[in-house]
Design a protein around this ligand. Structure first.
Ligand code: IMP
Ligand code: MG
Length: 182
């Protein structure tokens, strides 16, 4: 294991079990429809890959990449679209799949932006929600886990692009955040 990893917050088994539950729940809710799952790059890649395999029924997948101005670990709320959807979402049932809801500023922007395109519905599925951190009123319809306000990595989440490939979610040792930040 990487020497910078402190403690595991969510094990692979715990994550996989919850993602299977979410997949079943989402599938049931969208039965008879063909939702478009929108993965937010790059943090949501592992989550969306597992989530869609836990779902049945027809669905489509697309991706968006956004960048939040500001530092790596703090969100500013000013969001730039780096990669937009490849398709029109008018009259579609859109489900945004996000890695983590921290301040909520990124998702808030994304939802507002996508709403202007007149989808039939738009909901959010977030793997992690940081407790008490949201600056905007935003409760995802689907959420995996509520976690304490600590910086975490793994299962798609990064620090300077590292640790995304871990199958679990963990905190970093004290001091790593300070030394790794640009
Ligand atoms: P928000 O706009 O503050 O909700 O945060 C948006 C983005 O910040 C998330 O999609 C993540 O990419 C990143 N982020 C927030 N908290 C963490 C964390 O604890 N670890 C890694 N990335 C994080
Ligand atoms: Mg990120």
């Amino acid at each position: 294991m990487d020497g910078n990893i402190d403690k595991t917050i969510l094990t692979e088994e715990v994550i996989q079990a919850r993602v299977r539950e979410l997949g079943a729940e989402v599938s049931a809710d969208y039965a008879g429809r063909q939702p478009l799952l929108v993965g937010v790059l790059r943090g949501a890649i592992l989550f969306i890959a597992d989530l869609v395999r836990a779902m049945d029924g027809p669905l489509e997948i697309d991706f968006m990449a956004v960048s939040s101005y500001g530092s790596t670990t703090r969100s500013s709320g000013v969001v730039r679209i780096l990669k937009d959807l490849d398709q029109d979402i008018r009259e579609r049932d859109v489900l945004i799949v996000e890695d983590i809801l921290d301040t909520g500023l990124t998702l808030n922007y994304l939802i507002k932006n996508l709403r202007t395109r007149q989808p039939r519905s738009i909901e959010v599925c977030a793997l992690l929600v940081k407790k008490g951190k949201q600056k905007v009123r935003l409760t995802p319809k689907y959420q995996g886990f509520e976690i304490p306000d600590e910086f975490v990595v793994g299962y798609g989440l990064d620090l300077n692009e590292r640790y995304r490939n871990l199958s679990y979610v963990a905190t970093l040792k004290e001091g790593v955040l300070q030394t790794e930040l640009p």
